[in-house]
Design a protein around this ligand. Structure first.
Ligand SMILES: *Cc1c(COP(=O)(O)O)cnc(C)c1O
Length: 454
């Protein structure tokens, strides 16, 4: 009998991160300088990131040691538990075994501190005094505010204005850690002022907030920028989850047939799935890797694989990725962390090469799945994580239909206790399924082709 909870001994916590770059099926297309169309030298990133993170971004070492000072902070909540979803399995009557890695036990309730802690640490060591970043619903802003607090750094968070107004509780959490939280678009940057002049009530977007945070870091002394997803070093810091999960699955003599995660920019999916991809490369396991996204931001399932900007104001380098176009205006769905036009370049390359699969669900079916999970397993999923829950349930139902004993592992990347407004709309029947229109994607990509010639 498999126990419901598989705890890893704290002594067994991994001491290295896994870097997928040397294991990719072909070299990752480099970031390009939008002005020259040429590959961007790492020195161009120096105004924004500390040297150690730039080195990690391009490193070809398979493993990178986690500094002792980072491990010490990880120990506040790591290793995180692996649960067998027994009660959900019973409810579904499935022969499948469902497991989930639960990251909601971190101080801010999601996987995001795994990289926030590492990033704040390297910045602190290189003498940086202030970090800037963006946040949508507030998960990333909370994580970086926490990490900044731990290492004595000031943190400025540009928070998408609509979330700032409608989701006040994560703002409170950030302020408890001493962060400066600014609604974006803001008066602090030229781009923000321009947008506010057009529309004083501008709701903002993640792409706009990135532009403001990058500008703030680039134009101020001792200030650097920090990103919560997409970049190679961010995904690498998250592999602590998958490396722990491998040990936990080995403890019960099992290996997953499916590894599943929700994708906003790709960090929680990659953090769980990439270490299993490593096992695949070594011939030790052969799981299918499944990325799950909302139909309202269907980057991997409907986007185009091409070079695009990471932000709306075109401040960032060009990254080769699946994209809906940087002019994508995200529909107001409740999984704030999944409303982004692009995805991590490594993840997109793996999708392009057929190494991972992707599926999209609308928010109504996702909240139905979240309710079933909550009432059987007793944890309320973050709306983002609920996308992975939905996919895992569908795989388990399919296993029942086929009479297959598959093992499913998914990432429960965070809890949903700050998302009660969304759950309220759901129980009152006010949530709409939303499919981002394909004509809009085509229009965004046409605009992109006019601006970007590579
Ligand atoms: C931010 C967030 C996500 C989406 O971001 P990724 O980088 O794709 O992981 C998913 N789940 C939770 C709980 C989040 O906070």
């Amino acid at each position: 009998m498999t126990p419901r909870t598989i705890h890893l001994d704290p002594e067994e916590m991994p001491r290295r991160w896994y870097n997928i770059l040397p294991d990719l099926p072909e070299p990752l297309p480099p970031p390009l300088d939008p002005e020259t169309g040429k590959p961007l030298g790492p020195e161009k990133l120096a105004p924004l990131f500390p040297m150690e993170l730039i080195k990690q971004e391009v490193s070809t070492k398979r493993f990178i040691d986690i500094p002792e000072e980072v491990l010490e902070v990880y120990r506040i909540y790591r290793p995180t538990p692996l649960f067998r979803a027994k009660y959900l399995e019973e409810k579904l009557g499935t022969p499948a075994k469902i497991f989930y890695k639960y990251e909601g036990v971190s101080p801010t309730g999601s996987h995001k501190p795994n990289t926030a802690i590492a990033q704040a640490y390297y910045n602190m060591r290189e003498g940086v005094e202030r970090l800037t970043t963006e946040t949508g619903a507030g998960q990333w802003g909370s994580a970086l505010s926490f990490a900044g607090y731990v290492y004595g750094l000031k943190v400025t968070v540009y928070m998408v204005r609509i979330s700032y107004l409608q989701k006040p509780f994560r703002k409170v959490l950030m302020k408890l850690y001493g962060a400066d939280v600014v609604p974006s678009p803001s008066e602090r940057t030229p781009y923000g002022r321009e947008l506010l002049k057009e529309d004083p009530e501008h709701p903002g977007s993640l792409g706009i907030a990135i532009t403001e945070a990058v500008y703030d870091a680039a134009t101020n002394e001792n200030t650097k920028y920090s990103l919560g997803s997409v970049l190679n070093h961010v995904l690498m810091h998250q592999t602590i989850m998958g490396l722990e999960a491998i040990k936990q699955m080995e403890m019960i003599d099992m290996m997953p047939d499916y590894v599943v995660g929700a994708v906003g920019g790709g960090s929680n999916f990659a953090g769980l799935a990439y270490p299993f991809y490593m096992l695949k490369k070594e011939g030790k396991a052969n799981p299918k890797l499944l990325a799950v996204e909302p139909t309202a931001a269907p980057t991997l399932t409907k986007g185009v694989y091409t070079y695009d900007f990471g932000d709306t104001g075109r401040m960032t380098p060009l990254l080769k990725m699946y994209t809906l176009g940087h002019t994508f205006i995200p529909p107001p769905i409740h999984a704030g962390g999944l409303r982004y036009h692009g995805d991590a370049p490594t993840l997109c390359l793996l999708k392009e090469k057929g190494e991972i699969d992707a599926v999209a669900y609308n928010q109504v079916e996702v909240f139905e799945a979240a309710k079933l999970f909550f009432t059987t397993e007793g944890i309320l999923p973050a709306p983002e994580s609920a996308h992975a829950v939905k996919a895992a349930i569908d795989l388990a139902v399919e296993a029942k239909e086929k009479g297959e004993e598959r093992v499913i592992l998914f990432n429960l990347s965070g809890h949903g206790f700050f998302d009660m407004k969304a759950y309220e709309e759901f129980i009152e029947g006010r949530l709409e399924p939303y499919d981002y229109p394909e004509e809009e994607i085509r229009r965004n990509i046409e605009k992109l082709r006019e601006i970007v010639k590579v």
